[in-house]
Design a protein around this ligand. Structure first.
Ligand SMILES: Cc1cc2nc3c(=O)[nH]c(=O)nc-3n(C[C@H](O)[C@H](O)[C@H](O)COP(=O)(O)O)c2cc1C
Length: 386
């Protein structure tokens, strides 16, 4: 029975080889940031209003001219093909079935045109990593525009990759070549292993427009080495603006000054994110900095948030503090690992039903009824801190 998000996680743990499960599940260094995201969400309480008509509940949200069924979406996750063959397509379809957006990673294993076409009527955003060879980013942005992605999300929290100790201990590094140490892991997960044997090792197909194998290997090597462009600065946004005329978002903003600067730079939206605790382990939880970012933005652009959201109540805490919507990474991937497209759909539907029930319990008939007055810090968590 899958009653809570952790049930999907446990099923993913059973279905996936250990090195794949840990790749998805893990965080950077001591995983302080990973745990902090969950702990700080748990330390907030929701204060309900009573005696309000909740006969009709409206969970829709309007973003850049489109209506989403719920204030929820799938965050960009690289290497979904390692979890399930065609994982990116399955996730895009799952999101579409729930009327929520899907963000495709630069490090996806399906071509962006194929993912867009798999759910043509759904809201799909394209996430961008800019590597030192900017021509790679340029071709991705041009293709995303031609394929009619609804927005471009520039990830700004990966100047280098975070230190993921679980991956190193599991001997999991790119390019993916299972060694002796992983053989037992593979043998004890035959369904996964057979799936990979039939579909072939997933590769980063969006990094080149070329079908030339040598060119492809070269750009893949660049991504694998995480050769990010560390000279990418605020002024570089003008370069992107020339290539992309639709909504442009920055993902990975935590500092309120950066939020204000993003507005002044003409960015259309911000995703407050610490990459799910996978980058700077000393980073604060996203819920703890959300209100500061919202205040700095002064309602001029929408603020989205991700990292550690596992319950409908978590989502409504963020919305009460001013977020427009919440994205989830691991929950969707756990669903994918548990049961493919249907599993990802069920994971999203679970959070959706929690959002509806919690909204009703709060005496709110619409997301617009929520405000910061609906959130308070838990006294018991403060006693723990003291
Ligand atoms: C396995 C994995 C791969 C990820 N790959 C990317 C990526 O390619 N691009 C990106 O911007 N964020 C990436 N992220 C971060 C997610 O977009 C998102 O910020 C994070 O997963 C949110 O936290 P949550 O997993 O706790 O919901 C990745 C996250 C995970 C778990």
């Amino acid at each position: 029975m899958r009653l809570r998000m952790d049930d999907f996680r446990q099923q993913a743990r059973r279905n996936l080889p250990r090195f794949v499960f840990d790749y998805v599940d893990g965080g950077a260094e001591d995983e302080h940031c990973l745990r902090g995201n969950a702990d700080d969400l748990a330390a907030l309480r929701l204060v309900p209003n009573c005696l309000r008509d909740t006969t009709q509940i409206d969970t829709t949200v309007n973003v850049f001219g489109k209506t989403w069924a719920r204030p929820l979406g799938i965050a960009p996750v690289g290497f979904n093909g390692l979890v399930r063959p065609k994982g990116d397509v399955l996730l895009a379809r799952a999101a579409a079935s729930q009327g929520v957006p899907f963000v495709l990673s630069t490090a996806s294993n399906e071509r962006l045109e194929a993912v867009r076409a798999a759910a043509p009527d759904a809201v799909q955003w394209m996430q961008l990593y800019v590597m030192s060879d900017r021509a790679i980013a340029e071709q991705i942005v041009r293709r995303a525009a031609a394929a009619k992605f609804d927005a471009l999300v520039l990830t700004v929290d990966v100047p280098v990759s975070g230190m993921r100790e679980r991956d190193l201990r599991n001997g999991f590094k790119l390019p993916f070549r299972p060694g002796l140490g992983t053989l037992w892991d593979l043998a004890s997960h035959p369904t996964w292993s057979l799936g990979m044997a039939f579909s072939g090792s997933p590769s980063f197909v969006n990094l080149t427009d070329s079908t030339d194998a040598a060119a492809s290997a070269q750009v893949q090597a660049a991504l694998l080495a995480r050769a990010m462009d560390r000279s990418l600065v605020w002024d570089s946004l003008a370069w992107l603006r020339k290539l992309w005329s639709g909504p442009l978002l920055l993902k990975g903003v935590l500092h309120r000054q950066d939020a204000a600067r993003a507005v002044n730079a003409g960015v259309d939206g911000i995703v407050v994110s610490n990459h799910g605790g996978r980058q700077l382990d000393a980073a604060p939880s996203t819920i703890s900095v959300l209100q500061g970012v919202v205040d700095a933005v002064e309602d001029r652009i929408p603020v989205f948030v991700d990292s550690g959201f596992r319950r409908g109540s978590d989502v409504l805490k963020a919305l009460s503090l001013g977020a427009k919507s919440v994205f989830v990474g691991r929950p969707a991937v756990w669903g994918l690992a548990a049961n493919g497209e249907a599993g990802a759909r069920d994971a999203l539907a679970l959070m959706g039903s929690e959002i509806e029930r919690t909204l009703t319990l709060l005496g709110a008939s619409s997301l617009r009824d929520l405000s910061a007055a609906n959130v308070t810090r838990s006294w018991s968590s403060e006693r723990q801190v003291a």
